[in-house]
Write a protein that binds this ligand. Sequence first.
Ligand SMILES: [Zn+2]
Length: 343
Amino acid sequence: MVSESKGTSSFMTDFIQQRGGFAVIDGGFATELERHGADLNDPLWSAKCLISSPHLVRRVHLDYLDAGANIIATASYQATIQGFEAKGFSTEEGEALLRKSVEIACEAREIYYDRCTKDSWDYVEGGGSTRRPVLVAASVGSYGAYLADGSEYSGEYGDSVSLETLKDFHRRRVQILAKSGADIIAFETIPNKVEAKAYAELLEEEGIDIPAWFSFNSKDGINVVSGDSILECASIADSCKRVVAVGINCTAPRFIHGLVLSIRKVTDKPVIVYPNSGETYDAEIKQWVVSSKESSGVRDEDFVSYVGKWREAGASLFGGCCRTTPNTIREISKVLSNKSSQP
Ligand SMILES: [Zn+2]
């Protein structure tokens, strides 16, 4: 007899519960690829490495697993079939590259599991020799990420691009990633309401049978970057039954606390937070710059000092986005493990 299907609704809550009430996501990908020598000056950004240096992609995944991540996101944020086609690839080749992003992450997980078995090693002290379960999240960037002009940090196209256009733009990629062996789809850096709606409808229409998370970005701690209400955006995620976590990424750490409280008002789904380092992306020069309001980007210790507050506010999945490193993730893992072992 086939055991009763639990559906997707409890997927993430079960995972978090098994981990002791929280889970750790990986950190910035592009930053790490560059540190290992990759040149990302390209509209495909980190997706370029799927073609030119898959070994570096695997290496970065492993660095994050070693740092304590329970969830690793694939290098497909800026990988779109349309983007690959613009580079002269065929549709089939573009689709194969999307699958490859998931294969590389799964390979890294296998290497990590093998190592754990050999060394009977677990990052969490006192956690025994059980290997830490790892989820592979297939990353999907917004339409703005494909435009490669920083649009995902303004979300302005929400007024000029229709819901149907956005659905058609994302459809094939979502279909491919859903069948790629990934555990979950991560819709990241969502800048506006219309794109969240497009994802929600797409998940339903296409009968996508793996869960997803929706993560928005904000530049004022009140609304998402386009100015759309975070409450409305999070409500869209809440009403989509395939969505198992809702949250905020690529946003300055100082804004996260208030946004978590807002999201909590409209959903009981697990809240996910993976802020950036607090620097700002300048689309003109295509570089991260120190915001005028802060004398420097947030140092890892400072970043980590926020984590307890975010947890108190109701978040249960924590990681980092742009400009964070395995060191950030290691610190987050440490802080969370210490906290949960206290009475
Ligand atoms: Zn980011």
